[in-house]
Design a protein around this ligand. Sequence first.
Ligand code: SF4
Length: 435
Amino acid sequence: MSPEEVKARGWKELDIILITGDAYVDHSSFGTAIIGRVLEDAGFRVGIIAQPKWDNPEDFKKLGKPRLFFSVSAGNTDSMVSNLTPGLKPRDKDAYSPGGETGLRPNRAVIIYSNRIKEAFPEVPIVLGGIEASLRRFAHYDYLSDKVRQSILADAPADLVVYGMGELQIVEIAKRLQAGEDIREIRDIPGTVWKMEVKAWKELKKGKKTAKEQNGQEQDKREQKGERESISTAEGMARDVAEGVAESSGEFFKEYIEIPSFSEVSQDKADFANAFRKYFMEQNPVTGKGVVQPHPKTVIVQNRPMRPLTEAELDHVYELPFTGEAHPFYPEPIPALEMVKFSLTTHRGCFGGCAFCAITQHQGRMIASRSIESVLREAKKLTEKPDFKGIINGVGGPTANMYAMGCKSWEKKGACLDKACLYPVSYTHLTLPTN
Ligand code: SF4
């Protein structure tokens, strides 16, 4: 997007600027296009800077300073997956760049883009999103360096990570900032990750311990005296202070669990596996708890996942006015668009539970589906495009035949975290589409 395009829309400034490592394609298969259209639909003025040069901050300044925040994504895939083969050789083509050109995004794009933004506008909040930020939200194994790395939020100078499908989170963040809330106080939105100071974490832990000790000591005293006398005023005050800390601590630990720290998981494979298992078990928007992972200089706090969109919400998102085209600025086609241009999304999520697949960590195990009417309306629009050749190439989601499937248990329990969805058949509560 250019400053002239911003002016042409009659805007003097932007509310939000989205930065992406992909070329800009206004199609619902591209995360930045969805987030941009959803924010625009919610009434915000949105600008997009695609594939900025990252060796200095100038490209990040070209649309001015946004009134609310920058949102940063590496693009539809992790930047290192876009740039490198599994053998760590440079790829000869980047499917998300014009003409498949390579070298238009850096490795670790989210961290590098965030650093450039901080240099350009140190006071503007930064929100991370997309696959790269989402799947690197806790300490994680990094294939390129062959090491366990810290959470991306510990490495990037950013304020929040939106993980999973981000429409509901990003609009809520924008509304809160618009209402004057400080981004450092936005701590309760499901599907987001934030940073806590190490000192505050230690206080919370101390409060938890104090409450436990206090309860234990009082119990002991009563048992020793064998009577139910009221405790002295001094003891009462001490208990009240302890309970004050313990109260907030107690509330916090009702909602959040702690997993092994970065220091632990980077040194011990069993701790790494244990941490993964623990946060995997909380990937449930209905019963899941938040997850805390201490790092040396900060503490990473993940709120429970955001709920999936309803059918009406999903219909609305996919029927926003996407042009389905790449930005006219590009002289050559974007290969990734050619693959999906005449395809459409019918649903999100998968309960397949394949061990190697990260879809659960991003789209979740509960299926969210569009209505048949909405899918048909989009199909009709595709057939009206001048370059339509008579075939819609793809209709589906992560697993095409899970369209409109549901489960009687999802409303109260969310999706089961074991693999019993599909087998044995007599155990399953799955419901199939009725039409
Ligand atoms: S999306 Fe495919 S690979 Fe991933 S869990 Fe579902 S069935 Fe398995």
